[in-house]
Design a protein around this ligand. Structure first.
Ligand SMILES: [Zn+2]
Length: 374
């Protein structure tokens, strides 16, 4: 493959002009300048032309189970209104054609891997992603009070992905269930994920303050014996022992500087979902403080029940346009490639264009690159 330019992303060689990627049987053999490599290798040359390549993109947080709800939920009214409406939606009726549409959209926009949260159909979602040619982690979502007798993660052997387990949240998942889920995850060397500090109701519920959302849950027979820890969400997560280098904390909208320091010290990663937070109306995470702390930070679209599309370029453009301060193209690309590859345990396969990695890549849209022109 030849292209005008490539952001290969290994630290020592971030940008290559007149780039070539040599591949064999789905694996990258060499990456460098076309002029240097053309004589060293024989084979068919595909010239991709006047484009800039980047590593294949990784969506660090999605719920493809909800992909049929695009345009059907209530935006801008806060978490309570959004979730009450969501619970009235046909969340169990996921049509095949909507999944196929999501797959086409992900592929068209350069996504090669998804870290997907599956609440209802983990085996179906893993099977779908495997058949569709994606790399994946499908996190079975642990929610409620019961620890399953035979573990959280369904059996399944896949070529391009793994099953894992995620906690839904600190308040909808019992502390014993969270500890058991994290223990199963750690014992199998898997990444763990949890929605953390997403909205004000979560902060209030943790603090033991009145919350309309807690009333809603208790009205549905949930959390009837919930004991508030009277701590901030991040403090509670740390005290439960679920924050470490294998944990991906999703959202982190309601975090203090002290919380950010707690996350950093734990070695956990953060997945920001900027457009989902705006869609639901929960506020904006302190992106700059999280990034400047040196935390391994990723981006995710979240579900189509709280976003307009699954296009990570749109997610990153939204982020870049509102980010206060300097943010380079390489730093932004890292949030879509090498950073999620690290926390998801696929750094050997994805995250950069380098020998030995999978022969997959994305094309950076011109309109996206222009956001970084001085
Ligand atoms: Zn989510």
């Amino acid at each position: 493959m030849r292209a005008r330019r490539a952001f290969a992303m290994p630290p020592e060689q971030p940008v290559i002009d007149d780039a070539a990627i040599i591949t064999d049987k789905g694996v990258i053999c060499e990456v460098g300048r076309f002029a240097d490599l053309r004589t060293a290798f024989s084979g068919t040359v595909t010239d991709l032309g006047d484009v800039t390549l980047a590593p294949g993109l990784i969506n660090a947080h999605s719920h493809l189970e909800l992909c049929h709800l695009r345009g059907r939920t209530i935006p801008d009214k806060g978490f309570m209104v959004w979730v009450e409406d969501l619970l009235r939606q046909p969340i169990f009726d996921l049509p095949e054609e909507e999944l196929a549409k999501a797959s086409r959209e992900l592929k068209r926009t350069g996504t090669v891997m998804v870290a997907d949260i599956a609440t209802r159909f983990p085996k179906r979602m893993a099977g779908f992603l495997e058949e569709s040619g994606f790399f994946f982690v499908v996190f079975t979502e642990a929610i409620g009070e019961a620890v399953p007798e035979h573990g959280f993660i369904p059996e399944g052997d896949y070529d391009h992905g793994v099953g894992a387990v995620a906690g839904h949240s600190l308040y909808t998942t019992h502390v014993d269930v969270l500890r058991a889920a994290k223990a199963e995850s750690s014992s199998r060397g898997l990444p763990f994920s949890i929605h953390l500090a997403e909205h004000d109701d979560e902060v209030a519920i943790m603090a033991g303050e009145p919350s309309p959302f807690l009333e809603l849950l208790q009205g549905r027979g949930r959390l009837l014996d919930f004991e508030p820890p009277r701590k901030a969400p991040v403090r509670q997560a740390a005290d439960l022992g679920i924050l470490d280098a294998s944990t991906l904390c999703v959202h982190c909208v309601k975090v203090s500087q002290g919380d950010i320091e707690t996350i950093r010290q734990s070695g956990a990663s953060v997945c920001l979902c900027p457009r989902s937070n705006e869609f639901i109306g929960v506020g904006r995470a302190p992106w700059e403080k999280i990034c400047e702390a040196g935390i391994n930070t990723c981006l995710g679209t979240d579900s189509l029940a709280s976003n307009h599309d699954l296009d990570l370029w749109n997610e990153a453009a939204y982020f870049k346009e509102r980010y206060q301060g300097g943010l380079s193209l390489a730093e932004t690309l890292a949030m879509l490639t090498s950073n999620p590859a690290r926390i998801l345990g696929v750094g050997d396969t994805l995250g950069s264009l380098a020998p030995g990695k999978a022969a997959v890549w994305s094309v950076i849209p011109d309109s996206f690159q222009e956001l970084f022109d001085e």
